[in-house]
Design a protein around this ligand. Structure first.
Ligand code: LLP
Length: 463
């Protein structure tokens, strides 16, 4: 079925996607620690808590829908990545997954660097005190103003994405009397998603400069000639929600091949290699992500082995995890509004948010879990589809999940693992107001991104 065949996206009409739970879990009240943030548990009264605060109190204070982010979990995951890669490597958190000034401060405190991909992300990072030299600037079409601001601020690296940009950045750096540290993003002909990767001869996509046809080698040649640039390494990013390191193995092999060609042609050994982000998380109990220390060990071994084979000094490695750090740390809390049982099909449960706070289900056919969190229930499981309040039939939050059959309007349900690419991709579709992000830690909850108001909407509409 083509993606445009049904307004709800592919597989809308399936009862259950392949490989999904074919039977309800044994106990609907149990929270699988794989998909929930670390401090989430169910109190003796049956109400779910995060950071020691129960969701009923949170809903009362902050309203619904809202994202609740477990700060201790975020810091622990950031630290785990930092520790796993050690002092000889750098971890750049990918801000596109979710960025706010509080997050920037946590990252700074935990010793991580930051990858930004727009002027807005750069402004957020700088305004929260991230040292510019710990920022990497990405993007396939950075504007002249953005490049100017980044060079002027002194960002640690700009990742060059096209031949035009090589010249543009060199020119701006020279104008400002600077020499900008840069990497060149190459496409290595590997596309990885979940458990599979596809190795192809060339890449049909907008990012990076292809290794194929000697294009990346030509980009290096041009960058090395320009006074405004200091070429420090090669960058590659192969995909999203990846569980297996075999795609990185092929990518590293090809990037190291380029480093070797550069050494042979120019007598220069570039000191850095960036393997990008894309490491997967558990959205449902069926997902099995690997721990940061396993990933760090595998990636370091791969690069070291490849470099030994090519007789190159092992470059400093950097990685850019976004989802793997922030994804599991937050859940979205919704209030149930209406419940529609459709005989022989499933029950539609409508909540007070939807595709404006989580577009991933509609856009990527992403799978999520859901649980009743304001109380426990011993009722039978019912096959439910959690939908939003938007005027669109594709407005699905959780496609197929079991919820207790006594679910009622006013109950609170929560969707875990919504920390990445939910608030950051949120929209105002139907003039629905974007929910707040509330950080919870040690019994305290504080808003880090406030809820949008009608005033905010009307302020942009100049009449
Ligand atoms: N580095 C680069 C150069 C990237 O392009 C990306 C993601 C990352 C790092 C971070 O990837 P992560 O570790 O978060 O998977 N909106 C989509 C994901 C798009 C990712 C784009 N680039 C989603 O919701 O799944």
């Amino acid at each position: 079925m083509s993606r445009s065949a049904h307004p709800a996206g592919p597989r809308h009409a399936d009862v259950l996607p392949e490989g999904h739970y074919s039977a309800p879990p044994a106990d609907l009240n149990t929270l699988d620690p794989k998909v929930w943030a670390q401090t989430v548990d169910r109190g003796a009264d049956g109400v779910v808590r995060v950071g020691g605060v129960d969701v009923k109190a949170l809903a009362e204070e902050f309203g619904t829908p809202a994202y609740f982010l477990d700060e201790a979990d975020f810091r622990a995951r950031a630290r785990a990545w930092r520790t796993a890669f050690g002092q000889d490597a750098d971890v750049f958190y990918a801000g596109k997954a979710f960025l706010s000034r509080a997050v920037v401060r946590w990252l700074h405190e935990e010793g991580l660097n930051l990858d930004v991909c727009s002027g807005g992300e750069l402004a957020t990072a700088l305004s929260a005190g991230m040292p510019a030299d710990r920022i990497a600037f990405h993007g396939n079409n950075k504007s002249t103003e953005e490049i100017h601001r980044a060079v002027e601020a002194g960002v640690g690296r700009i990742v060059l994405d096209s031949f035009q940009e090589i010249v543009r950045v060199a020119h701006i750096a020279q104008e400002l009397g600077k020499r900008q540290r840069v990497q060149i993003r190459v496409t290595v002909g590997v596309e990885a998603h979940t458990h599979e990767f596809i190795a192809t001869a060339h890449e049909d996509q907008k990012f990076g400069i292809p290794l194929a046809g000697g294009q990346a080698a030509e980009a290096v040649r041009r960058a090395l000639k320009l006074d405004g640039l200091e070429l420090i390494g090669i960058h590659s990013h192969i995909g999203s929600q990846i569980f297996d390191t075999s795609g990185f193995e092929v990518a590293a092999h090809r990037v190291v091949g380029l480093l070797k060609d550069i050494r042979d042609e120019h007598g220069v050994e570039l000191p850095e290699i960036d393997l990008g982000g894309g490491l997967g998380i558990a959205y449902t109990s069926a997902d099995d992500p690997r721990e940061p220390h396993e990933i760090a060990k595998a990636l370091t071994e791969i690069v070291t082995r490849e470099c030994e084979g090519a007789r190159l000094r092992t470059p400093r490695i950097s990685v850019e995890p976004g989802r793997a750090i922030v994804g599991p740390t937050a859940f979205t809390l919704y209030e149930v509004g209406t419940i529609k049982p459709l005989d022989g099909l499933r029950t539609y449960v409508s909540v007070d948010g939807g595709m404006s706070d989580n577009i991933r289900t509609a856009l990527y056919d992403a799978e999520y879990s859901v649980a009743l969190v304001s109380r426990t229930s011993d009722a039978e499981p019912m096959l439910a589809r959690v939908v939003g309040k938007h005027c669109e039939s594709g407005d699905i939050v959780v496609k197929d999940a079991f919820l207790p059959a006594d679910l009622a309007p006013g109950d609170l349900i929560a969707v875990p693992a919504t920390g990445a690419y939910c608030r950051s991709m949120a929209s105002n579709y139907n003039h629905v107001l974007r929910p707040p992000v509330v950080a919870v830690k040690d019994g305290d909850a504080r808003v880090i991104v406030r809820r949008e108001t009608e005033e905010d909407l009307l302020r942009l509409d100049v009449g």
